[in-house]
Ligand binder design. Structure first.
Ligand SMILES: Nc1nc2c(c(=O)[nH]1)N[C@H]1C(S)=C(S)[C@@H](COP(=O)(O)OP(=O)(O)OC[C@H]3O[C@@H](n4cnc5c(N)ncnc54)[C@H](O)[C@@H]3O)O[C@H]1N2
Ligand code: MOO
Length: 421
């Protein structure tokens, strides 16, 4: 077992054990946020045939811009989509989206014509192709639509539905079990007795896992079970999970049981201890082909350990790029501590007109929960760093998938009312 490794080394040891999970078909209704497991091509033109863009009258190509009066041949309406080709001098009444008869050169909107019994008169100007949606103008058959490894978003789901995909091929979601090992931990709905602590890390990790595309298959607490009980619990969770996250007991105190319990299950430790703060006692082990990542019990250390170790693993299981986005951001606040190991500070990053800015969140002790509110970035301070001053540029990891391009502000959400100033 390797001890006190760098974060990069820890990550590579973990990623070396991961291959993308098997593929499965899911219904389009369940596909939002899932990762597509093979390239998907457009299977037919959209629209599949020329269509009218307006309610009006289709006229022949030879009449466009020349003739003003037409004989109404018939109407394409609900239940009557077939019409024989148009001839010069004829008009066919159409609705928005109607297929157009062969020979159509333009569609005149109905508000621009005068209808007189079986004739329609149009005195305005119209050019060839007006008000016609051409076949394939939106998507062309054979075009690459969604690349393997893409996270499906609502727009893609709309296009897949238009193409008739009832199901799509995706990578299976990683199954993740969460186990709190601390003897003092009780479920969050329980009023804790003196010395007991509500389980906040379990629900925290469960929501991070769900947000990152994982399926939470258990959130359990070993509580006051003896080591044998915790071992059995972990063994059972390992049977149904690709990844188990244990919480607490990572330091080397008398009651710290993460590493001993892992060893009792027959898991092989990969590394223990990382040269970072918080999360310095995190470790990992492998059991058959299942991974266990042991995170600190201290809430902020647990959350940072998750982002640095577990989130990349979840992405790798789904064939996504595992590494977090790195930006350089202007830090708005002071952090007085200096020196010590590489430190990850919790921050809130925003993209301003002139670049990224990161605010240091209050409550940076690893025992505190406060910095997890509005948390979307980790400021990465190298070992031996000087105090952080406002206005310094800092390497920062982004924790939520955000577009990296600098956005233009297109308007104000709540423009100031002249009377309110
Ligand atoms: N003598 C030393 N003591 C400690 C060291 C050290 O190096 N030497 N390291 C400190 C650091 S740094 C950290 S981080 C923690 C690591 O603690 P463990 O991973 O062993 O976690 P526990 O001792 O079990 O718990 C720590 C803290 O977290 C609370 N906790 C645990 N589980 C949960 C949960 N599911 N939900 C909410 N809170 C939880 C627990 O009650 C403790 O308060 O060790 C330091 N000590
Ligand atoms: O490892 Mo502790 O997480 O440094 O705070």
């Amino acid at each position: 077992m390797l001890v006190n490794v760098t974060w990069e080394e820890a990550l590579e040891y973990l990623l070396d054990f991961i291959t993308p999970l098997p593929r499965e078909l899911v219904s389009l209704k369940q596909a939002l946020g899932r990762v597509i497991s093979r390239d998907i091509f457009v299977t037919r033109d959209i629209p599949s045939h020329p269509q009218s863009a307006v309610d009006g009258y289709a006229i022949h190509i030879d009449d466009v811009g020349l003739r003003t009066s037409f004989v109404i041949k018939n109407y394409i309406c609900k239940g009557n989509f077939y019409v024989s080709p148009l001839s010069p001098g004829q008009a066919v009444g159409v609705l928005t989206g109607s297929p157009l008869p062969a020979g159509t050169g333009a569609v005149i909107p109905k508000e621009s014509v005068i209808v007189d019994e079986n004739r329609v008169v149009f005195a305005g100007k119209i050019s060839p192709g007006s008000n016609i949606r051409q076949a394939g103008e939106d998507f062309r058959s054979g075009e690459l639509l969604v690349k393997r490894g893409t996270i499906l978003d609502p727009g893609m789901i709309g296009v897949l539905a238009a193409l008739g995909y009832g199901e799509v091929p995706v990578y299976r979601r990683p199954r993740v079990a969460i186990l709190s090992l601390g003897h003092e931990i009780v479920p969050c709905h329980v009023t804790p007795a003196p010395g007991q602590v509500r389980d906040s890390n379990g629900p925290l990790l469960a929501s991070l896992v769900s947000r990152d595309g994982g399926e939470v298959v258990g959130v359990e607490i070993a509580g006051d079970e003896n080591a044998g009980g915790a071992k059995k619990r972990l063994q059972r969770l390992l049977q149904n999970a690709d990844l188990v996250l244990t919480i607490g007991g990572t330091a080397s105190g008398a009651c710290d049981q993460a590493l001993p319990v892992l060893r009792q299950t027959g898991a092989r430790p990969l590394f223990w201890g990382i040269r970072i703060k918080p999360g310095s006692h995190s470790g990992a082990a492998i059991h058959d082909s299942r991974l266990v990542i042991s995170l600190s019990g201290n809430p902020a250390a647990c959350a940072v350990g998750y982002q640095l170790l577990a989130a990349p693993v979840l992405r790798a299981f789904q064939a996504l790029n595992p590494y977090p986005y790195r930006i350089h951001a202007l830090c708005t606040d002071r952090f007085p501590k200096k020196g010590g190991p590489r430190r990850f500070l919790r921050g809130h990053a925003v993209c301003r007109q002139d670049g990224w800015e990161v605010k240091l969140l209050p409550g940076q002790k690893s025992s505190m929960l406060r910095s997890l509110i509005n948390w979307n970035a980790l400021i990465d301070l190298l070992a031996g760093h000087p105090p952080l001053e406002p206005g310094s540029k800092v390497p920062t990891l982004l924790l939520t998938p955000l577009p990296l391009e600098k956005g233009e502000l297109t308007g104000e959400r709540y423009p100031a009312h002249p009377g309110n100033s």
